[in-house]
Design a protein around this ligand. Structure first.
Ligand code: IVH
Length: 670
């Protein structure tokens, strides 16, 4: 029987997934499913070479660029390839043996491999001319990429100018992966739990979506990092080994994929992969395998490449974290802001060492699109996120009673009315107990009122015991000390500590106070912008729509949310109750109050130990002012990596200049 229809079907499925993955930032297939299709097609074509078409996905990389896309395209100076994705030790052995054979190595001859993690992000290629970044491209179809320069430039650890004395290569393409750390992703999810941009499904999808945004200001607020792992075209510099390349990239100011390890033979590559897989969840960002590259570049050149992949580099993937189980029922959960989201309650199943009982379904629109129903057999995946996702449904196993899931008619926590807003459904009852726990935990968080000892468990207990029936009750707990002491697990010491912590938290900086209120669409950075702009709560709460829109980073949605928040009598009552309990946000600019009062700081370049916003917040908390441009009023300039023209100006004016180490030392000395 002819295999042609099967080959065509595989190609069609792969093309669809490619198109979704590269052009829309998400694909209906998991990586494992995609890889499996690809392997099937490759094997089929190997057995029947007459079936290979020039446009088969096995012959090229990536997807065609979107027609009439929003970004201009440019050619890569050297094509941007892909890697052979290997799933088993035997495949790695065959790859290593092929390389050794092609290099005509004898049994005694060593071949060193340079290994590093395979990062699960989105690749990009950066062109530097004489040390200056001129363009950043997406991979695109491997030959041409989309011009994402404006977005890529917002990434803090991506050098705009190569560091060091030079001379720099006349032209060099630095390649790497744009990623979001787990921590950064979690913070973003929390901040924008219900933003109109939709829910963020996982770090990789979020990176892909973020790089395609048209407004670099929004991109800038997303915690992206660039990790370099290769060089494409290069002119005016040679590298003897991949190890040397990594060192040079680091010296130029790049972060490289870590940990790196040289492997003397096959066994060392396999061991590195197993070790990293075991530590996978401890890593700061997602990785889905390891990459092993022949270390010497002369040998790389000798090995060359096939049309799609180099013969000197391989990717050895981690085992996919997939399992099949059954949905017991579709439930709903209420978040801190009242968003009611669907969750699939599953027959408990083991998945990479943990028992999974629930899977996230994100929102009702996505649920409807995927048509996940009670009783369905589903495939779930844990992508490093704590909560696994339903990635596939098998409708063929459905019984005759199967019905599509629908949002609940009333709030599952308080039975109150629900409101639909875009993809989301909200419970608008501020006293809803589910929201209350979330709101209090958020209020007590480190980036808000910073009350140690008020985590989810404790808050749930307090809410259940009715000691806390509203956010402001937290600040009246001292009057309920006796009742507190009666609760399980609350001894004298822990109670005294908590009450002391609460007392110490009554005068938070305005930005942390605002963040703690949990106003919809107002996360940590918006709170900071608002605090800086208005200075006091009174001024902010009296601001008009136009005044709000004048704040950097505040758009229509945020302005509307603020107006609505302050217009609500219920919220006004909360604010009044907080004030009556002695809660007093501190004005944002406390000039003359701290050890740095009278000093004006400008930050330029990137710092590795903190973000620029954090650095600003730190000096402001110490009484100094932070300015954005160099002027005679400025007293201190903190120059991080790749500091540019501001540093030059500051030097001309003879201002005090601190590097990152000196700045950190200054903060620590105060
Ligand atoms: S080296 C000639 N190193 O995996 C190929 N790639 O399937 C040079 N990737 O497109 C790529 N981590 O987006 C290399 N440490 C690493 C990587 C890595 C992730 C990605 C990259 C590439 C894809 C290949």
């Amino acid at each position: 029987m002819s295999q042609e229809p099967r080959a065509e079907d595989l190609r069609r499925q792969i093309r669809t997934a490619d198109e979704q993955y590269y052009n829309r930032g998400h694909s209906d297939l998991t990586d494992a499913q995609y890889d499996a299709l690809f392997v099937q097609l490759r094997e089929l074509e190997a057995a029947h070479p007459e079936l290979i078409t020039p446009d088969s996905p096995t012959q090229r990389v990536g997807a065609p660029l979107p027609k009439g896309g929003s970004f201009a395209t440019f050619p890569h100076l050297a094509p941007m390839g892909s890697l052979d994705s290997l799933m088993a030790a035997d495949e790695v052995r065959a790859f290593v043996e092929r390389a050794r054979k092609l290099l005509e190595l004898g049994a005694e001859d060593a071949l060193t491999w340079s290994c590093e993690p395979k990062l699960d992000g989105v690749s990009a290629s950066l062109l530097y001319e004489h040390g200056a970044l001129v363009r950043g491209l997406s991979r695109g179809d491997g030959e041409r990429g989309e011009d994402l320069t404006r977005n890529l430039k917002t990434i803090r650890n991506l050098p705009l100018q190569l560091a060091g004395p030079g001379p720099f290569p006349t032209r060099i393409e630095v390649r790497g992966e744009v990623i979001m750390t787990r921590q950064g992703f979690a913070a973003l999810q929390q901040r924008e739990e219900t933003s109109s941009e939709g829910t963020f499904r996982n770090a990789r999808n979020t990176v892909a979506g973020t790089l395609k945004l048209l407004d670099p200001r929004v991109v800038k607020r997303r915690p992206l990092d660039f990790l370099a792992f290769a060089v494409g075209f290069v002119e005016g510099r040679e590298f003897a080994t991949h190890g040397e390349l990594r060192e040079q990239l680091t010296a130029w100011g790049f972060t490289v994929a870590a940990p790196g390890r040289t492997a003397a033979d096959l066994d060392a590559i396999l061991a590195f992969r197993d070790e990293l897989e075991a530590r996978r969840d401890e890593m700061p960002y997602e990785m889905d395998g390891v990459v092993a590259k022949v270390d010497r570049t002369d040998l790389q050149a000798k090995l060359g490449r096939t049309s799609r992949t180099p013969r000197w580099a391989l990717a050895y993937k981690f085992a996919p974290r997939l399992a099949t189980t059954r949905v017991e029922r579709i439930g709903a959960q209420v978040g801190r802001t009242g968003a009611v989201t669907p969750v699939a309650h599953l027959e408990p199943t083991e998945l990479a060492g943990v028992t999974v009982r629930n899977a996230s379904l994100h929102n009702w629109a996505l649920l409807a699109e995927r048509d996940v129903r009670a009783g369905d057999v589903v495939e779930i995946q844990r992508a490093g996120d704590v909560i696994p996702e339903v990635v596939r449904v098998f409708p063929e196993h459905r019984g005759p009673d199967s019905r599509p899931a629908a949002p609940p008619a009333t709030c599952p926590a308080c039975d109150g009315p629900l409101q639909a807003e875009g993809k989301f459904v909200y419970c608008s009852n501020l006293d809803c107990p589910a929201q209350l726990v979330g709101r209090v935990v958020h209020l007590a968080g480190r980036r808000a009122f910073d009350i140690e000892g008020l985590g989810p468990k404790q808050v749930e207990q307090l809410v259940q015991a009715k000691l806390v029936t509203s956010v402001e009750d937290v600040f009246d707990l001292r009057q309920k000390e006796a009742q507190l002491l009666e609760l399980e697990r609350w001894g004298k010491t822990s109670t005294t500590n908590l009450l002391k912590q609460i007392d110490n938290s009554r005068r938070p900086p305005l930005q942390r106070f605002l963040n703690g209120l949990g106003i919809r669409h107002v996360g940590e950075s918006t709170a900071r912008d608002l605090a800086q702009h208005f200075g006091t709560l009174d001024k902010l709460s009296a601001a008009t729509n136009a005044e709000l829109l004048a704040v950097d980073g505040v758009g229509d949605e945020v302005a509307a949310a603020l107006i609505e928040f302050f217009a609500s009598p219920k919220n006004q009552a909360t604010l009044a109750a907080l004030a009556a309990s002695g809660v007093e946000p501190q004005a944002a600019e406390r000039i003359g109050e701290g050890p740095l009062s009278g000093r004006v700081f400008v930050f330029t370049g990137g710092m590795s130990s903190m973000s620029r916003d954090d650095a600003k917040a730190k000096v402001e908390a110490l009484g100094a002012k932070a300015a954005s441009g160099i002027s005679k009023k400025v007293t201190d300039v903190v120059a991080g990596e790749d500091a540019g023209s501001k540093l030059e100006k500051a030097e001309k004016l003879g201002l005090r200049i601190l590097d990152e180490a000196a700045f950190v030392a200054l903060l620590e000395s105060l």
